[in-house]
Ligand binder design. Structure first.
Ligand SMILES: Cc1cc2nc3c(=O)[nH]c(=O)nc-3n(C[C@H](O)[C@H](O)[C@H](O)COP(=O)(O)O)c2cc1C
Ligand code: SF4
Length: 493
């Protein structure tokens, strides 16, 4: 019987994947619901297994199935052999190497968990230090420092918490991993638990990801059934319990201290730091908080060695980064490559320019609190250091493309509005600054006292940047001031 693969991933389903799978089933084909390979522009992507290889077809509709099976390579939607599709072939997949290949629940643990259970915590932490892994949630903080701090801090109960709140605009890497290879995350968190001396873990998952919740919960159930979680992991005598927690549906709950408050059942409000969560986190206990992709990188690092990981990338930006290309772009999707690739290679090389066909005017990197950059800067390599020199940040790796119809004054207005809506309200510069900023930009858009108002915005941004309690208020000035600096003509109309 012919086997076809149709992703169960949210993006594929949104584009009609379920109907394609049903049509294939009705046509008598064996249907496997795999995860997505991250070619969002091609979803729903159908693959047919043939002589051990797979042919891929892009943007398949239910009505295409019969002709695809009949015509194979001759069908106009055929992309060729999936492994040879340029968009995939040009990537280096260390974290997403299994995503999209099979049913996500068939992808169980690798042998590396057993090996890690036999290693002492110190050697696991040293491996992470050698890898140079930095947190993929946004701040890029060296992972091994957090691991060591949790390990060294006394406490009867320590916790591992996965930040799967993924609130940044244009980002979907966490979702893709959880829907495509959930065992990779479970394994990474388990290894972190063994290393840091934590026996309980939680995945804090954004409420807007019901499908990821379903897949992850099934994977957790399987992991318990297979002895990969629980009191005695694989007979090692070591324990690690892991639970899924559905988030509160607020951007600010992605900030780690707010997330911990929410996980404790309280309102998602920022905690003053210090103490950092690694010292006093969930219920006041030492807690290792990482993003999904940070944990998911751990099994590959343990398998191939920290030095292998550190060999990829540039300088202190080691390993691969899962960039997520979105917005007005022809080929949006997940692009896992070593740090050091230029913005141009991502946006024009992989992305193929704008979907509208008009010139690119700007890209926003790093989510709603990220900077707007101009095409003159597109030859900048994507490393933490080079992007910081532009006054920007890589954040969680989201890159959103805009064509020349974008109005950067309206984007600055949106930045303040976003902060107004999502602010936790605990500190004045953010709670009130966002409202006043929005009103002032509205005045600029209407052409009233523009120069005076631009001075006010500059002062306000300085206050928000320096006096906000967390980076929500602290980073809102980045999109605003980057827009004013690079696109002054949109403000002085
Ligand atoms: C307003 C705000 C929102 C955030 N949202 C997220 C998020 O959705 N996911 C995430 O992993 N980190 C988010 N972070 C970063 C976390 O506070 C924290 O740095 C991260 O979870 C640590 O994981 P890492 O070491 O893997 O980067 C956010 C930070 C701020 C200030
Ligand atoms: S900066 Fe905003 S989100 Fe952060 S603590 Fe202050 S009010 Fe809350």
């Amino acid at each position: 019987m012919t086997t076809v693969f149709v992703p169960l991933d949210t993006a594929a389903v949104a584009a009609g994947g379920d109907a394609v799978a049903a049509a294939a089933s009705q046509a008598g084909l064996e249907v496997v619901r795999n995860g997505s390979r991250g070619l969002c522009w091609a979803e729903p992507m159908l693959e047919i297994e043939e002589d051990g290889a797979r042919l891929a077809f892009a943007n398949v509709a239910a009505g295409d199935v019969a002709a695809i099976v009949d015509q194979r390579e001759g069908h106009p939607k055929c992309l060729g052999k999936v492994d040879e599709v340029e968009y995939l072939d040009r990537q280096t997949r260390a974290v997403f190497d299994r995503a999209g290949i099979r049913n996500p629940l068939d992808l169980s643990r690798t042998t590396i968990l057993q090996e890690c259970l036999d290693r002492d915590p110190e050697s696991l932490i040293a491996e992470i230090e050698t890898s140079g892994l930095r947190g993929r949630g946004g701040a890029g903080f060296p992972a091994h420092i957090k691991w060591r701090t949790v390990f060294d801090t006394p406490g009867e109960q320590k916790y591992i918490v996965c930040n799967a709140d993924e609130g940044d605009s244009g980002t979907f890497a966490d979702r893709l991993l959880m829907e495509g290879d959930p065992h990779r995350l479970i394994e990474g968190m388990t290894i972190a638990g063994i290393a840091a001396g934590a026996t309980r873990g939680y995945v804090y998952l954004r409420s807007e990801y019901p499908l990821a919740a379903e897949v992850l919960q099934s994977a957790l159930d399987n992991a318990y059934d297979d002895g990969l979680l629980g009191e005695d992991i694989l007979g090692s005598g070591k324990a690690f319990d892991l639970e899924l927690f559905i988030g509160a549906g607020a951007y600010i709950c992605g900030e780690e201290t707010s997330l911990l408050e929410s996980l404790e059942g309280k309102r998602g409000e920022i905690r003053v730091k210090p103490p950092v969560p690694a010292i006093s986190g969930l219920f006041g206990a030492p807690t290792l908080v990482h993003n999904v992709i940070s944990f998911a990188a751990v099994p590959a690092i343990m398998k191939h060695g920290g030095a292998w990981y550190a060999d990829m990338g540039v300088g202190r930006s080691t390993g691969t980064m899962a960039f997520q290309l979105a917005g007005n772009v022809q080929r949006g999707g997940l692009i896992e490559v070593p740090f050091g690739i230029t913005i141009d290679e991502i946006v024009n090389g992989f992305g193929g320019g704008t979907r509208s066909g008009r010139p690119i005017r700007t890209v926003q990197i790093g989510g709603p609190l990220g900077a707007y950059l101009s095409p003159a800067e597109f030859d900048t390599p994507l490393t933490y250091e080079a992007i910081a020199e532009l006054g920007a940040g890589i954040g969680h790796g989201g890159i959103v493309v805009f064509d020349d119809t974008v109005d950067l004054a309206r984007q600055a207005h949106y930045a303040f509005e976003f902060c107004e809506v999502e602010s936790c309200g605990k500190c004045t510069p953010c709670r009130l600054g966002s409202v006043r900023g929005k009103e002032t930009i509205a005045g600029i858009i209407e052409g009233r006292d523009v120069e005076q108002k631009l001075t006010i915005i500059e002062d306000l941004c300085e206050v928000m940047e320096t006096a906000s309690l967390c980076q929500m208020g602290g980073m809102t000035p980045i999109p605003v001031m980057s827009a004013i600096k690079r696109f002054p003509e949109d403000f002085r109309r």
